[in-house]
Design a binder for this molecule. Structure first.
Ligand code: ADP
Ligand code: MG
Length: 228
């Protein structure tokens, strides 16, 4: 497959110091994600999945190495420029939805679009279309507390892709859901990737769901390793 490279990590190092102990989490990690590709990141707790996703999503800086989004090197950018790339090119989904509790599902999905400068009616139209696409159009006017866990995560995914990013990063997005609901959420996510040509990297502990992705990778000794 020779689709455009959406995300590239090269030689990424990340360590943490805790008191006297020095934790080397990522050690020269390399990873390439192409447009239209879905990759599952399956590795035991504590191996650095969240760290890798945060670095790829420009939420954290690596101690060494390079992060390229759509061919642009983000390592030497200042925080303002990184925020701009993050807003335009990256969608992030957390294990817990992080939706704004005082706003409806529709408004939560409109928010990033309004921040990006889109008009209110356009933002609303796209938010409604995304909710329909995730099959929760009938929940548009509900607040997060009035939604089930699976519905909350589908709203969170819709919000993450509201500005049509190039890369979707999801950190155990179905970790708190029952298997059936997790299946729905994964299906919705995959369909979205197929339809939009997005590239997605999804950390999960669920091997069955991982098997639905195009590729599987793990983290071994601080490096990203391809799996069968
Ligand atoms: P995973 O998502 O695979 O469970 P993480 O990326 O969250 O792993 O963490 C990898 C390791 O780095 C863990 O041992 C964790 O305790 C440690 N770690 C993560 N963030 C910090 C931090 N801010 N300070 C110190 N140690 C951290
Ligand atoms: Mg984690």
């Amino acid at each position: 497959m020779n689709a455009r490279v959406a995300l590239q990590l090269s030689g990424v190092d990340r360590h943490y110091s805790q008191g006297d102990t020095f934790l080397s989490i990522l050690k020269g990690a390399d990873f390439t994600l192409r447009a239209g590709e879905t990759v599952a990141l399956v590795a035991p707790s504590g191996t650095g999945k969240s760290t890798l996703l945060h670095i790829a999503g420009l939420l954290e800086r690596p101690d060494a190495g390079e992060v390229l989004i759509n061919g642009r090197s983000c390592g030497t950018m200042n925080d303002e420029a990184r925020t701009a790339v993050r807003r335009s090119d990256i969608g992030f989904v957390y294990q817990f939805h992080h939706l704004l509790p005082e706003f409806t599902a529709l408004e939560n999905i409109m928010m990033p679009q309004l921040i990006a400068g889109l008009g209110k009616s356009e933002a609303k139209e796209r938010a409604a279309a995304l909710l329909d696409y995730m099959r929760i159009g009938h929940r548009a006017e509900h607040r997060p507390s009035e939604l089930s866990g699976g519905e909350q995560q589908r709203v969170a995914i819709a919000r993450a892709v509201a500005n049509a990013p190039l890369v979707l990063l999801a950190d155990e997005p179905t970790g708190n859901l029952d298997p059936e609901t997790a299946g729905y959420v994964f299906e919705a996510l995959k369909a979205l990737v197929r339809q939009s040509g997005l590239a997605a990297m999804i950390a999960t502990h669920n091997h069955q769901l991982a098997s639905l992705m195009d590729r599987r990778v793990t983290i071994e000794d601080g490096k990203v390793v391809e799996q069968a």
